[in-house]
Structure formats: C-alpha cells, structure tokens
Design a protein around this ligand. Structure first.
Ligand SMILES: C=C(O[C@@H]1C=C(C(=O)O)C=C[C@H]1O)C(=O)O
Length: 195
C-alpha cells in the first residue's frame, strides 16, 4: 500500500443525498450495505480472518465546504482504511465537533476510550457500545472515477471501473452530532456484488 499519511486529508467535497431522494441507488447487493444501520466494523469482521484499521491521519481541521454547515470552527477529522485480510475495503472519514470532545473529557476525563485516542481501534466499538449515542440520518453519494477517492483507490492498486458509492451517518451525542462517512472501495464492491 503506497498510501501514506503525508497526503491526509483525502476527503473530497460531494453532495450527499437522502436515500429516499436518489433514484439511482445501485440495484445490487451493495445497496443493502449502503443503507445498513448497524456497526460496519462488526459486519466486515464476519468476512475476514484479520480485520485492521489503518489510520491515514487525524487532526483538528476545517471541514470541506458544505461538509458540516453547523460547524464553523475546526473539527476532529479522522480518516482510516478498514482492511480485511490486508485488503483495504472502506475509506472512512469521521468529523467530530470540538463540543463533543470537550463534553467527553468533562464527563469521563481523559480516557483511552476517547475519540482522539482511538488509534487503530475501530470507532464503531465506541459508537455502538455507548448508551449516550443514537443513530441519526443516513445519506448516500456517488464519487466520480476522476475524483480524489478514486485516485486513492488506484494508489491502493484497485482498478476503478465505475463510480464509487459511499454513505454517511449522523450520530447524536451530548446534544450535538458527529458524522461518519464510509466509501466502499472496488475490492469491497467486487466481493459484495458476487456474494
Ligand atoms: C462507525 C463505525 O466505525 C468504523 C470505524 C471507523 C474508524 O475506526 O475510524 C470509521 C468508520 C466505521 O466504518 C462502524 O463500525 O459502523
């Protein structure tokens, strides 16, 4: 994998749609993965022997234009690759407002479990095991073959024959929201659509 953290952040501006409004959702098994509400980590782990989170970068940064309209200040941005048996399947980009980081520190003190100290532990293990966190809306988007994420897939030696599909989910906590976007890379799409 010649992808390095020197190119972080990889995220690209895109217009996200409510699934109800986009009539061109993929008519394949991928649609089920895009709209599933449970932990993606948990589901991915059932399809491999070794599951890894490869952190591409995490830092307080300005969101992309229109990515997080309610946030004018920098947010904690974490980008990772979710890898199954060494193959990157998902590029994930998470945006966490400072108010959530502050509330977490106020409520729990500086714990290994806080969002800024995850390291290679999957974020989902926090999000789906906390009674304070509820799942909000889900949106979908299609990333063109000429975009930054397609270039990332190519640099991972994955052939991009068609646009990439992604979804993003809002999680509610401490009176605010964090956003988790997940883009399915060609290796994942090939496996999912054959299964
Ligand atoms: C939100 C989840 O956590 C996963 C793990 C992530 C991480 O470690 O940064 C990011 C996105 C998710 O695919 C999940 O498992 O559903």
């Amino acid at each position: 994998m010649n992808v390095t953290s020197t190119s972080f952040p990889y995220g690209e501006s895109i217009h996200w749609f409510s699934p109800q409004k986009i009539d061109s959702l993929p008519h394949s098994q991928l649609k089920d993965w895009l709209l599933a509400t449970g932990s993606l980590t948990k589901r991915l782990k059932t399809h491999c022997k070794l599951f890894e989170v490869r952190v591409l970068g995490e830092h307080l940064l300005q969101p992309l234009a229109d990515e997080f309209p309610t946030q004018t200040d920098p947010v904690w941005i974490r980008e990772v690759l979710l890898c199954l048996d060494g193959i990157p399947w998902v590029f994930a980009r998470t945006l966490i407002p400072q108010i959530i980081l502050d509330s977490q520190h106020k409520n729990n003190g500086h714990q290994p479990n806080d969002f800024t100290r995850l390291g290679t532990r999957p974020l989902g293990e926090l999000l789906f095991n906390s009674p304070d966190i509820t799942l909000g809306n889900i949106e979908v988007a299609q990333f063109e073959t000429c975009g930054r994420l397609a270039a990332l897939a190519t640099s991972l030696n994955q052939k991009v024959n068609s646009s990439l599909w992604g979804r993003r989910r809002y999680f509610n906590l401490y009176g605010s929201q964090l956003i988790v976007s997940e883009i399915f890379l060609p290796a994942a799409v090939e496996y999912i659509n054959q299964s």
